[in-house]
Design a protein. Structure first.
Length: 336
């Protein structure tokens, strides 16, 4: 039998072996990448490592959403059409002006994070969080970011939960990890309580005034906050997850049925001048912080019985009917 030694292999044969191995390894790598790239649930997609590339579908305003937990966007003129998909995974996403905020899920070796970038995916801020990411908002100017996490429990339906809400000023450097030190005025009187929980911040145009939910003593109040003064005051009861309209006159929110969150929530709109509430044409339970698509329409996510989310919209004046906007998506945020 003739023996074979690697040292006797000619140069041409060596290069042939290397070339074949490279082709095989390249094929494995490509196959892995294709299987690992997150896909949206419906419609064709464009995938990128950074911001969504506007290379498919109609132009104009877009709606940022999460598709299978991946930051994506659709054209508002064709919300069921092609989705442009990034590689960023989020539990919640929101964007305004030049700011994109993502509540990134916990990894194998680290907890969840708030990640703030610009529209070109250039990183600006990173904040480590403790808890289950839940709510996220960016002010219209893009300057202020607020987030909420569950630090005890994982649902607003009962009373045995606790939340922590923070605010980040991306320009001024301010970072508040909790609002629980703010002074409270409850129904016109100073108030202090150990059971105060805040969630669902929405910012006014001046980037100082904000609205949020304050839970205390069995009530869930809409509060108006003053960031510079570190104060909040109650405005109305049974108001959760507020969202300020673009004109600054109204609050869209979820309202507990008969004041009991265990019965579910319905979307409603509150007039800030009169504090009168209008129920909207959605009769299913809506456990979300709604967003305003414009001054006449709000959008929100609804969860199906199988756990899949869809984004719906409804007129903000109580007329019309709810309609499916983006199937198999959640966390909507309109972007220019």
């Amino acid at each position: 039998m003739t023996s074979f030694s690697p040292g006797r292999l000619g140069l041409r044969a060596k290069f042939a072996v290397i070339a074949v191995a490279a082709l095989l390894l390249g094929g494995v790598a490509v196959g892995y990448t294709l299987r690992s790239t997150p896909e949206p649930s419906t419609g064709p997609a464009v995938t990128s490592d950074g911001p969504e590339r506007r290379t498919t579908g109609p132009g104009g305003p877009r709606l940022m959403v999460l598709s299978n937990g991946v930051r994506s966007s659709v054209a508002l003129r064709d919300p069921a059409g092609p989705r442009e998909v990034s590689s960023q995974r989020c539990e919640r996403v929101y964007a305004a002006a030049d700011t994109v905020a993502c509540l990134a899920p916990a990894g194998a070796l680290e907890g969840p994070k708030l990640l703030v970038s610009d529209r070109h995916a250039r990183a600006r801020e990173s904040v480590r969080l403790t808890g289950i990411p839940n709510r996220l908002r960016v002010s219209a100017s893009g300057r202020m970011v607020s987030w909420t996490v569950f630090v005890g429990g994982d649902s607003y339906a009962g009373s045995s939960f606790s939340t922590r809400t923070g605010i980040l000023d991306t320009e001024g450097g301010l970072r508040l990890d909790t609002l629980e030190d703010f002074r409270i005025t409850r129904e016109g009187k100073p108030y202090r309580a150990a059971d105060a929980n805040y969630w669902g911040v929405t910012f006014a145009a001046d980037d100082n005034r904000f609205y949020a939910t304050l839970s205390t003593d069995g009530h869930r109040y809409l509060v108006e906050g003053d960031l510079a003064a570190r104060t909040v005051r109650t405005l109305a009861d049974n108001v959760e997850c507020p969202s300020l309209s673009p004109d600054g006159d109204r609050i869209a929110f979820k309202q507990a049925v008969d004041g009991d969150p265990a019965k579910g929530w319905r979307p409603a709109v509150l007039d800030l001048a009169t504090l009168e509430t209008s129920r909207l044409a959605e009769h299913r339970s809506m456990d979300d912080q709604p967003v305003w698509l414009d001054d006449r329409t709000i959008a929100y996510a609804l969860q199906r019985p199988d756990g899949v989310n869809d984004v719906w919209s409804v007129p903000a004046d109580g007329s019309g009917a709810a309609r499916l906007l983006v199937p198999q998506a959640n966390s909507p945020a309109p972007v220019a």
